[in-house]
Design a protein around this ligand. Structure first.
Ligand code: WTA
Length: 648
């Protein structure tokens, strides 16, 4: 891992925050010299405070860090109100529907819609600190809903629309939501799809949800129950002024459930001030956002990328953000490029999976469109392979755009490691260097920096403003998940779950998760969750799930299944179909099994722990380097290898 080097085309950048690596280094040094002072300066410069903060960082109860203590603000004031004076008629959101229709919402219109929605929530009894689950398609009302919660201080928890009723139910219960906001459904690939029936199912055994607000988007028939209210009706009578709730810097802004290596998904809790500061700063630093830019992030708002880079970041920066209901492959492989041409998109942000797919289905497609407005191409969610990087760079970016390979996580709130578009020399496949203020390091468990080309733990060794504050309702799990793997100078530091390597030039290369989290098409899934779902099948005795490298998806789900009665299974594919039906019900179709092997047993230690490392290596077709003689059942390894090899 050293790689070729590409240099930014500086003429594309008129007034970037970082013009060259010297400026980057100066800023890094400023943080090294005066960490708190530099953050305090940025926070005062960027945030419109109702009341200034008293203390920059409170470490007294580490790792429950507090930032900008005593400060008062409202995130929607930062994202909307403060822009009205100079850009009330500027497009805040440009929305494009699945069928190509579009809608522009100006900052003034956004202000009104968010206030009306906030008043609607209030009229239903929603108060500061209440949790509101948002299960929505990619329509502007989804952004209004998030911001309406923030306006009144309610804590939103957006659940990705691809999750099943069971998964939705678990999240509603964990957050004890008072209200659910959903839509009848929306459109995808020219056809309607539904969300509301999933909400009905999720709520079958729940009695604490008081109201379900239904946005009527696709106007298909749905059942209306006693607790449902129509957004389209109720919104009509709402006043379009709503005083923003005065929030403390550290009040929770939202929860977002994500997968861990064990057990059920965890509710990652984010704060107000630290989160919005970093969302805005990274828009300026990494995306070089300028007043006349149009920014398009293709994520779904159900993921952190959608939170930070469709809604909060672009709006805090006063930018124009594009929101897209459909998929980039419909009606044809040129859809995304056509949109870039139409809206003259300046920054395009997507996942390696999408890049590989678009490459595969239409390698020359981008050439048919005028993509000259593009300045920055971003990628996120999984390591990008150099081949995909080069196609993105050469064909989509026409050999001139900067590629920002941004490494970050639900827990980090915003980018942590990324090139700066006008400054950093790029290496295809490397996320390059930590952003100023972010002490991301590749270390061993004791905090020693790893030498070049040796894999270590990717840790962040100082707290940062947009970091996860806790796991909702489970502070112990927060400490255990993130602050119990590595220490530096004797102090626990944040461990990301990823492994990484420095090259000789100090570039960071992310090697992927070292825990039991897999990354399928950029969607983060816990192998334990998938295993728990598969175990519902009555014929399954034991199961272990690992990731298998996949040309398009990055990783796919590989299940090793031990059957109770192998003789009962006549049709393997039928059986896997049944298993996938269960996964669809328990989690969602994104977690479905792509590859499987029926095995006589799983390799276990003498204490009964499944040795996943061995199973991962077999799925990857790698040699087993580990000593298997200490296993309880070493012979099973050979048997599994033979079975997997015979499946091809
Ligand atoms: C992976 C998504 C390599 C990583 C924002 C991380 C990446 C997980 C990159 C977080 C990247 C994200 N290069 N790997 N540029 N970006 N990842 O929480 O394994 O959905 O831990 O947040 O995605 O996924 P999450």
């Amino acid at each position: 891992m050293t790689g070729e080097v590409y240099y930014p085309h500086k003429e594309l950048f008129k007034n970037p925050v970082f013009k060259n690596m010297c400026e980057y280094k100066e800023m890094v040094e400023e943080f090294e010299k005066d960490y708190e002072g530099t953050w305090a300066k940025l926070a005062r410069e960027k945030i419109t405070w109702f009341e200034d903060f008293k203390q920059t960082l409170d470490e007294s109860n580490a790792p429950f860090y507090k930032w900008f203590v005593g400060g008062k603000l409202n995130v929607t004031y930062q994202c909307i109100d403060r822009h009205l004076e100079s850009k009330k008629n500027k497009a805040a959101i440009i929305w494009e529907g699945d069928n190509g229709e579009n809608k522009t919402i100006t900052y003034l219109e956004l202000y009104r819609e968010v206030n009306k929605f906030a008043n609607l929530l209030k009229s239903l009894g929603v108060k500061k600190g209440d949790r509101v689950v948002i299960y929505m398609p990619m329509i502007p009302e989804a952004a209004f809903a998030m911001l309406a919660c923030a306006r009144i201080g309610a804590i939103h928890s957006v659940v990705f629309g691809g999750f099943s009723a069971e998964a939705l139910k678990d999240r509603i219960i964990d957050a004890k939501a008072k209200v659910v906001i959903t839509a009848d459904g929306a459109f995808r690939k020219g056809a309607p799809y539904m969300l509301k029936p999933t909400v009905d199912k999720a709520l079958e055994e729940i009695d604490f949800v008081e109201k379900v607000i239904v946005v009527e988007r696709n106007n298909q028939d749905i059942e209306w129950t006693h607790r449902d209210v129509s957004y389209n009706e109720l919104i009509q009578n709402q006043p379009d002024e709503c005083t923003p709730e005065i929030m403390d810097s550290e009040d929770p802004l939202f929860l977002l459930y994500t997968s861990g290596s064990t057990g059920k998904p965890k509710g990652v809790q984010h704060s107000q001030a630290g989160y919005i500061l970093w969302a805005q700063l990274t828009m300026e630093w990494v995306f070089d956002i300028k007043d006349n830019d149009t920014f398009w992030c293709t994520a779904d708002i159900g993921w952190i990328t959608g939170h930070t880079y469709i809604v909060y970041g672009p709006l805090a920066a006063g930018a124009t953000t594009v929101m897209f209901e459909g998929v980039p492959t419909y009606p044809d492989a040129g859809r995304a490029w056509k949109m870039i041409e139409n809206y003259k998109i300046n920054q395009f942000y997507t996942a390696p999976t999408a890049i590989r797919l678009l490459h595969k289905i239409g390698a020359d497609e981008p050439k048919k469109y005028d993509l000259s407005s593009l300045r920055i191409l971003g990628t996120v969610g999984e390591p990008i392979d150099p081949a995909a990087w080069k196609w993105y760079y050469d064909v989509v970016g026409n050999g001139r755009c900067s590629i920002v390979d941004t490494w970050w996580q639900t827990e980090t709130g915003g980018h942590m490691i990324s090139p700066l578009p006008a400054a950093t020399p790029f290496k295809p496949g490397s996320a390059t260097f930590p952003l100023p203020g972010i002490f991301a390091e590749v270390i061993d468990e004791n905090g020693n920096k790893m030498p070049a080309q040796e894999k270590g733990l990717l840790c962040i060794t100082k707290p940062w403003p947009s970091m996860i504050r806790t796991i909702w309702g489970d502070p112990e799990r927060f400490v255990k998940s993130y602050f119990s793997t590595a220490k530096k100078n004797g102090k626990p530091v944040y461990f990301s779950g990823d492994g990484a390597i420095y090259d000789e030039d100090g570039y960071i290369w992310i090697t992927g998760r070292v825990d039991d989290v897999i990354n399928v098409s950029g969607h983060r899934l816990g192998t334990a969750e998938i295993e728990d779902a598969i175990k519902y099948h009555p014929e399954v005795a034991e199961v272990a799930v690992v990731g298998k490298p996949d040309e398009i998806k990055g990783e796919s789900v590989f299940a090793y299944i031990v059957l109770k009665n192998p003789e009962n299974i006549a049709q393997e594919l039928e059986f896997i179909k049944e298993v996938n039906e269960i996964i669809k019900k328990e989690i969602g179709a994104i977690a479905k099994v792509d590859n499987f092997a029926f095995v006589p047993g799983l390799p276990k230690t003498r204490s009964g722990k499944v040795m996943r490392r061995i199973l991962r290596a077999i799925a990857k077709g790698e040699e087993i380097t580990q000593d298997t003689s200490t296993l309880e059942n070493p012979q099973v390894v050979e048997e599994i290898i033979a079975i997997v090899n015979s499946c091809g």
